[in-house]
Design a binder for this molecule. Structure first.
Ligand SMILES: [Zn+2]
Length: 304
């Protein structure tokens, strides 16, 4: 299990962002949110093996060497795969799922992959200054974009979202299906934190908006970077006094409280597809359940 409370495994070495010659460093290859993998693990290429780059971003020192995220100039580099244990450009969501089952090495790769995708997506989406509209250029190893026209610096943003595992008086767990999810996928209620509220207030508000439930005993569990495209998911548990809910059908099309026995049956007969391994949603689910839930390959194949 990924230790949410542990320090980073990769040294970000922020003091080297300005100094390193990015073109001479090892690289993780990233394109449109997919990452180059070999044998289901992150591929880290030596300079001589790298494609020509349109962007390099300094990630830090890993295993004694500096590593960058590299966006290839040629958009045709690599082959997209379905992400199951193969080689090629693998979508981050699928890669995170398979790395979650590879212990500490996998956790280190997850850090590099999540950071690489978060930063390169931010660069792709912020070519211009939000204030004056001037073109911006990456500086400080790609951790800042600078506008020459008005000398402003722009920083990558991280948008917090809350996710809450809710149990009823019979210790059944609420599973919900969001209208825009792929069929049969169920997970906890979640939503973005809005300006002017705390994480806890966001959890109370979102759950009330989506299901008209009032939470008790809201407790923080942990957080997880979730660069789809720029989130950090903040996980909570909470209980409710009554299992009566009223759904906001625009957002949540279906929900149910399930017992531990029921969830096993629903997964086994294919009625329910769970959140992928390695996600905080999965961790909240399995902490309630009391151990791993066997869903074979279903969870890894899910795309949201
Ligand atoms: Zn500007």
């Amino acid at each position: 299990m990924w230790a949410l409370g542990e320090p980073l495994l990769v040294d970000r070495a922020a003091e080297r962002r300005d100094l390193a010659d990015l073109a001479s460093l090892h690289a993780v290859v990233v394109r449109n949110g997919s990452i180059l993998a070999m044998d289901g693990r992150l591929a880290i290429l030596a300079p001589a093996e790298q494609p020509s780059a349109s962007l390099r971003v300094y990630l830090g020192v890993d295993a004694g060497r500096d590593v960058v995220a590299l966006v290839p100039e040629d958009s045709a580099f690599g082959t997209d795969t379905d992400g199951i244990g193969g080689d090629g450009m693998i979508p981050l969501r699928a890669l995170l799922g398979q790395l979650a089952q590879r212990g500490r090495e996998g956790a280190r790769d997850r850090e590099l992959a999540a950071t690489a995708v978060a930063l390169t997506t931010w660069h792709a989406n912020h070519p211009r200054c939000a204030v004056c509209g001037g073109q911006t250029e990456p500086i400080k190893g790609g951790w800042v974009r600078y506008c020459e026209r008005d000398s402003r610096e722009h920083y990558p943003r991280t948008d917090p979202a809350v996710i809450v595992a809710i149990t009823d008086p019979e210790d059944r767990l609420l599973l919900a299906h969001a209208s825009y999810w792929s069929p049969r996928r169920f997970s906890h209620l979640a939503g973005y934190v809005e300006p002017g509220e705390s994480l806890e207030q966001a959890a109370h508000r979102e759950v009330f908006e989506e299901a008209r439930l009032r939470l008790r005993d809201l407790a923080y569990v942990g957080s997880q970077p979730w660069p789809f495209p720029a989130s950090i998911m903040v996980g909570f548990t909470a209980s409710v006094d009554s299992s009566e809910f009223v759904l906001d059908q625009d957002e949540i099309s279906e929900a149910m409280f399930v017992s531990r026995e029921e969830i096993v049956e629903l997964v086994a007969d294919g009625t329910v597809i769970l959140a992928p391994h390695g996600s905080i949603a999965r961790r909240l689910l399995e902490e309630w359940y009391g151990g791993p839930i066997d869903d074979a390959t279903r969870a890894e194949r899910i795309t949201v």
